[in-house]
Structures are given as structure tokens and as C-alpha cells.
Design a protein around this ligand. Sequence first.
Ligand SMILES: [Zn+2]
Length: 308
Amino acid sequence: MERTGGDEVEVVSEADYWVGRVKSIRRFTVRDADVRAPYKPLLLLWMIGRVVGGQSAAVSFKDAELDLKLLMHRYRLGRSVRVANPFVYLGTSPELWRVEDSSGNDVSKMPQATKESPVFLREEAVGALKPEFEFALHDAAVRTAVVNALLQMEFPETQHEEILRDVNLGHVVAVAQAARDPKFKSTVMRAYEDRCSFCGYDLRLGGSPVGIDAAHVQMRTKGGPDRIENGLALCVQHHRLFDAGALGLDQDHRILVSEHLNLSDHESAARIKSLVGALIRRPLRRYRLPAPKHIDWHTKNLFKDPAR
Ligand SMILES: [Zn+2]
């Protein structure tokens, strides 16, 4: 694909072009680039799953609402989700998505009271991927690049495969490993002596630690640096729970457990309950603990409030 600018002709691959479009989705009310905004990406991922599965690139709000509500609630930012907002306001990225009423009018340009009215939306609104975008998605390289860009923008890596399964792309798109700084992992593992800082797990297979990760507190794609003050050594289970917002940290480095985590199962519930309010295992003395600003980011962007 060629884009001309002045005397230069910049050649951009089809995949790069669409990744660029997806990355420039306009954000609703949020000015801070580090704040997560997962709903428009979830809507796009869900739509891509539909068209790849052979369904139409257009869907009425009425038909989409329940599925999207469940999906968005699972990966939500705060306590409540209004499906109408991403559905309508993704229309401010007209190269990707258009929402029309039954007369073909652009819903995203209507007065706020109209376009946010659930009754109007359920009776009138139909959203559709733009035909050029839908066409491009039939190319496997474009699809893989776009889907991975959407995942990396807004979701911790430990959730990528699960999200792909939820939007029926699990067998279609392979999760791409993001570029990483190998020094980050080795520093974090050394600082915490290859042990989970929540539970102390430190099994080894042969001589090597197994089932333990260097986790970021603030996501890399949301401004979290590859530095020890943004890292924690966590066993695989606690890494997933931390990224999913079931576990968190307070500013005194005590472990928070979300009230939303279902603790009905006897044995695993007891293990998790023992973490409530416990201090994390500290890194070796010359390494820094997670910094307040990164903990604050995790609390606001990933942790599922309130804590027990
Ligand atoms: Zn652990």
C-alpha cells in the first residue's frame, strides 16, 4: 500500500496500515494515554471473531448487546459496563466502524440523548465493520497483526489466549510474543531469589526455576517500564490472578484479594484467604520494591475493586 507525502513515497504494508488505524482508535473521555480503555478493542475483537466465523460484518445493537455485555464485564475496567458507549463511539473511527439508524443516518453524530438512549439503540442501531477493513481481515497476515495489536494495547499477556477463545479466534490467530527486555526477567528473578513474592513457591526442574514469572505491575504497553520497581516475581497462578485483577497490592505492599474472586472451593479458597493483608516477600536488600505509582496504576486499571 502506498501513501504519498510530499516527494517521498512511503511504502506501508497492508498489515502495518491497519495496525496503525486500530492503534489510533479515539478514546472516550480519557486523556491519559496510560489508562486502559478495553471496550472498543473488545468490540472489534468480537466482530473479527464473527466475520472470521462466517457471520455478517453488520450487527444490530439488540443482537449484540447481551454477548458484548458478558464479554466486556469479564474484562472490565471498573465496576459497571455500558455496552452502548463503545458500540456508538467506535463510530468516531469511521475507517473501522459505522453505526447507522434504519434510515442510514450516522448514529455517532446524533445528539447525545439520542445515541445513548437504550430504547433508540435497541430499535434502530446497526453497527458494521467498514467493508475495506472487513476485506483486509480476510488476509491472515493482516488479521494476525490487527488482533495482536488490539490484545497488546489493552490486555495483560496472561489474558490473550483466554480472550481469543472468548471471541472465537482461538484456533484462527496465534498469540504473538511481545518484544521483551531479557534483563528485566533476570533482574526480577535474582531480586526475589526465584520465588513467588506472594506465596513463596520456588520449585525447580533440574536446576532451573519452573512455573515462575517476572510480572509487570503496570503493563508495558501502558507506560510500565522494564525496571525492578515495576516488577514482581510471581508463580504462574498468582501472575494470572494479579493480571486478572483478582489480586492486588496496597501502598504498604500488602496483598489485596478482590471481593469478586469466588472463594467457594474449600482448599484453594483457604490458600487465597491466607494471602489477604499479608506482606509480600521483599526483594534482596539492594533491589527496590514496587513503586507507589505503578501500584496505583494496577489498582486503578486492573484490580477488581473492592478488596476483602
Ligand atoms: Zn504464588
